[in-house]
Ligand binder design. Structure first.
Ligand code: HEM
Length: 418
């Protein structure tokens, strides 16, 4: 297996960000190589064929794969991400049971309503920052959808706290600590709510996540610790708010690829969906995901030793030239002929939902993005003033530098200037 020499490459990972694995794929002409990260040997994989191996539960496990500092901010401790086998399957079912047609429909209705309400006030403002507004909108939507009670005056602060958890994912120093602080304060508030639900002091509809998670029983028939319920509720609330990053990239794509945006007519769900898929493929979000080798095995004559840290390149797989034609062009129509492989288009992980670690919220993400894109292109009239629309390939998560400043002229049938 090609091996990157040198003591440790963690700093290069921070500076090269989304392109760290891709750069070495070029250098080694290989979809697999070995490097050293956080003083530990790590195997990096990229591309469809390697993704298929990575999502084989016989070969990889998740226990001990995420670094501690990510658990303190992004993931939380004791959640579904680090579980394996039957226990993972059972916990994952708790998430997947929320993703019914009815409840996905409900969240799209809530999202559309929230965009409309928010936009009413935007005409009075000189400018709005789309990222900040989208975070507030999605915070409200996330709380309503999960049954978490949040009064209107708390929305702004909660949106910032939820943002802190994923915005600080790769941060060091102050930003990392801000992420930690926000996580622990929100977790303790959610723990109190879980107790109130269990003691029947807080009434929540039975089909809402707050109720379902509070009352969920593990494989031994025990209720989960309230700390774990809080972590899992945040595994819904936090990423729903993080969809605001994709909303910004959608708006950027509309601005930068007007000929593609012109194809997006109201109610034409197929073209909206293709545009959304291409936004998820094209723009950076999660750079890679991590696992550890479960038992020694050999693949394509490469030896994988038990417990070796292994990274799968998500961004690079979505841009892999062996799997995608002109991967660096924004072409939504490529999804007209995509064969729906679970391993080449993996912005939210690959493989299976129920027994694998593929993102529990992928359908929900696509639905929220569809509604949001439809609203932006077909309901909102706005200008994009001069601003810095560049986005970094090393800041994780990346975002247009200006966070998308807009001058809103009105709502109704939209015509926006580019
Ligand atoms: C904002 C867009 C999102 C992105 C880019 C994203 C990305 C991801 C990725 C890369 C993974 C890990 C896959 C792996 O390790 O193999 C993941 C897992 C997960 N995501 Fe998302 N996600 C998003 C939105 C959501 C939403 C909206 C929800 C819930 C409503 C959600 C809930 C989860 C959960 C619970 C897991 C853990 C699954 C498991 O370990 O079995 N995500 N997501």
């Amino acid at each position: 297996m090609p091996k990157e020499e040198g003591l440790d490459h963690s700093l290069k990972l921070l500076s090269e960000g989304y392109q760290f694995i891709m750069n070495r794929r070029h250098m080694f002409h290989s979809n697999i190589f070995e490097t050293t990260l956080l003083a530990e040997k790590a195997i990096c994989l990229t591309g469809k064929e390697a993704a298929e191996i990575f999502y084989d539960n016989e070969k990889f496990k998740r226990k001990g794969a995420a670094p501690k500092r990510l658990q303190k901010t992004l993931f939380g401790e004791g959640g579904v991400q680090a579980m394996d086998g039957e226990a993972h399957h059972h916990r994952k079912a708790m998430f997947m049971s929320l993703m019914t047609k009815k409840s996905l429909k409900e969240i799209t209705v809530l999202t559309r309503k929230a965009w409309k309400n928010a936009a009413l006030t935007w005409e009075r403002e000189d400018e709005i920052v789309l990222y900040i507004e989208a975070k507030k909108i999605l915070t409200q939507v996330a709380c309503e959808w999960t049954g978490v009670p949040l009064s209107e005056d708390k929305v702004e602060k909660f949106a910032v706290q939820l943002g802190d958890m994923y915005e600080s994912a790769a941060a060091i120093g102050l930003k990392h600590w801000k992420g930690r602080r926000s996580r622990s304060s929100v977790e303790s508030w959610l723990e109190d709510l879980v107790e109130e639900v269990r003691e029947e002091k807080l009434e929540v509809p039975i089909d809402k996540a707050l109720y379902q998670f509070s009352m969920h029983r593990d494989l031994n028939g025990e209720l989960l610790d309230k700390e774990i319920v809080a972590v899992e509720l945040l595994n819904l609330l936090r990423p729903i708010v993080a969809i605001s990053v994709y909303v910004c990239f959608s708006a950027l794509a509309v601005h930068q690829y007007p000929e593609e945006a012109a194809k997006l007519h109201k109610g034409e769900t197929a073209s909206l969906q293709r545009f959304v898929q291409e936004v998820r493929r094209f723009y950076p979000f999660f750079p890679f995901t991590a696992a550890r080798v479960k038992e020694d095995f050999t693949w394509n004559s490469y030896k994988f030793e038990k417990d070796t840290l292994t990274l799968l390149d998500l961004y690079g797989t979505n841009h892999h030239p062996e799997d995608w034609e002109n991967p660096d062009r924004f072409e939504p129509d490529r999804f007209k002929t995509w064969d729906k492989s679970p391993f080449d288009f993996i912005p939210q992980g690959g493989g299976e939902y129920d027994i694998g670690h593929r993102c529990a919220g992928e359908w929900l993400t696509v639905d929220i993005m569809n509604v949001s894109l439809d609203f932006l292109v077909n309901d909102l009239e706005y200008d994009i003033p001069e601003q810095d629309l560049s986005f970094s390939m090393s800041q994780i998560p990346s975002l247009p530098e200006s966070k998308m400043v807009m001058r809103v002229k009105g709502t109704g049938t939209a015509t926006h200037s580019h």
